[in-house]
Design a binder for this molecule. Structure first.
Ligand code: ADP
Ligand code: MG
Length: 393
């Protein structure tokens, strides 16, 4: 989804007042009645109608009159609310180019006043394969009210909480900087996703490092659940960083064994295919009896001793409660399709709504990655406008 953030500079205090009113209304309404928005925004002389029309024109709101005259936020509207909050907080001052298009997220570069570049991940739950959407709808049918924005917010909160906890426990993850709504700000990871790497000087060492991470996560009571070449970054010195945490689960999860084995299998398969690694057991009988591995050297969840449970205690500290964990887990479980499944899901992509899932799935050119154009953003407190200029082709 394109992020035409330059519109931000034209938005007035009233525009944000109405956007916020729609956001508040969406806590209990999928479509917020126009009249309610007017009441929440509290603008004089029906002023909110004019504002809503303007927001509609910029695709920040979606109009729905099927049941009554109402509106809901689009992802772009939600993006603006999050970006504005984070800019006002001083977390970053400008938005650069898009550096990643995930299955359910968009990633952009952002920069602070002093030029430090970070990554901004905007979660977009709902941009998923047909099968996953269907599964999720089956689950969501049992809920009286929900919206994709709420789930995206939970995904962001979960990702932020896990990133922070993992960082505190010494895992190679991006630094968790801040989080607002469906938006996570983290340090920019140097290098490339492993999937883009065709050659490695020491594939066997990198493989051991990565498998070591799956094991160490399990020792901390966690399973990544989407551990594959798309979610592992590697730099020129072969330093590995793992990313993408909204789907992580505890080793006590009822499907833990399956998720763990699947993570392990993905890594084995990738290294076998891409780097021709072979995994014949080379150890003698004696070593094998004491190892945590099967005959192919695959680590076994049942043989791993959980020494330090990251979940619960660390996550609760980040505001990610057990209840929230349950909601997002059930939702994500409905369709834990892997990034690696993306080959066969292109054709089955189902739109939830045009403005929310108008996704351009395209690889980012190297030029685009490198040539980050930063433009200054300033918050003018007087009229509450956010002046932001953005280049994101
Ligand atoms: P999704 O959940 O949609 O799969 P990811 O978190 O995996 O999203 O991010 C998608 C892509 O964006 C990654 O493959 C990577 O190329 C890029 N990316 C994500 N986070 C960062 C980061 N912190 N630094 C650099 N690139 C990143
Ligand atoms: Mg990913």
């Amino acid at each position: 989804m394109k992020l035409t953030v330059d519109v931000l500079r034209y938005l007035s205090k009233d525009d944000f007042r109405v956007l916020t009113a729609v956001e508040m209304g969406m806590r209990n309404h999928e479509i917020v009645p126009a009249e309610l928005i007017g009441r929440i925004a509290g603008l004089k002389h029906g002023g909110s109608y004019k504002v809503m029309k303007n927001l509609l024109r910029h695709k920040l709101l979606h109009h729905d009159s099927s049941k009554y005259d109402g509106f809901r936020l689009t992802y772009l509207g939600y993006d603006f609310l999050a970006i504005k909050t984070l800019v006002k907080r001083g977390v970053f001052a400008s938005v650069g180019r898009q550096i990643g298009v995930g299955k359910e997220s968009d990633i952009f570069e952002v920069a602070t006043e002093d030029g430090t570049i970070m990554a901004m991940k905007l979660h977009r739950l709902g941009r998923v394969s047909f099968r996953a959407v269907k599964n999720k709808r089956d689950y969501l049918r049992h809920r009286s009210s929900f919206n994709w924005l709420y789930l995206s917010r939970l995904a962001a909160l979960k990702e932020f909480a896990f990133m922070k906890a993992l960082q505190d426990h010494g895992f190679p993850v991006p630094d968790a900087v801040d989080c607002n709504r469906h938006c996570v700000i983290m340090s920019l990871v140097p290098g490339y996703p492993l999937v883009q790497v065709k050659e490695l000087p020491n594939p066997d060492i990198v493989f051991e490092t990565i498998i070591g991470l799956v094991t160490r996560l399990a020792e901390h009571g966690l399973i990544h659940c989407d551990f594959n070449e798309f979610n592992i970054m590697i730099d020129d010195d072969e330093k590995v960083t793992m990313i993408d945490f909204p789907q992580m689960v505890s080793v006590s999860h009822r499907n833990a064994q399956m998720y763990f084995d699947r993570d392990v299998e993905c890594i084995f398969k990738f290294f076998r295919k891409r780097f021709n690694l072979t995994f014949q057991e080379e150890k003698d009988e004696c070593d094998r009896s004491e190892s945590n591995e099967d005959d192919d050297g695959r680590p076994q969840l049942s043989s791993i001793t959980v020494s330090d449970v990251v979940l619960d205690k660390d996550l609760a500290a980040s505001g990610f409660t057990k209840e929230k964990q349950d909601v997002i887990e059930k939702f994500i479980e409905g369709g834990t399709e892997r990034d690696t499944d993306s080959d066969d899901e292109e054709s089955g992509e189902e739109s939830l709504s045009d403005d929310e899932t108008n996704v351009e799935k395209r690889p980012l050119s190297d030029d685009c990655r490198k040539d980050v154009q930063q433009s200054t953003v300033s918050c003018d407190d007087e009229d509450d406008r956010v002046h932001i200029a953005v280049q994101c082709d």
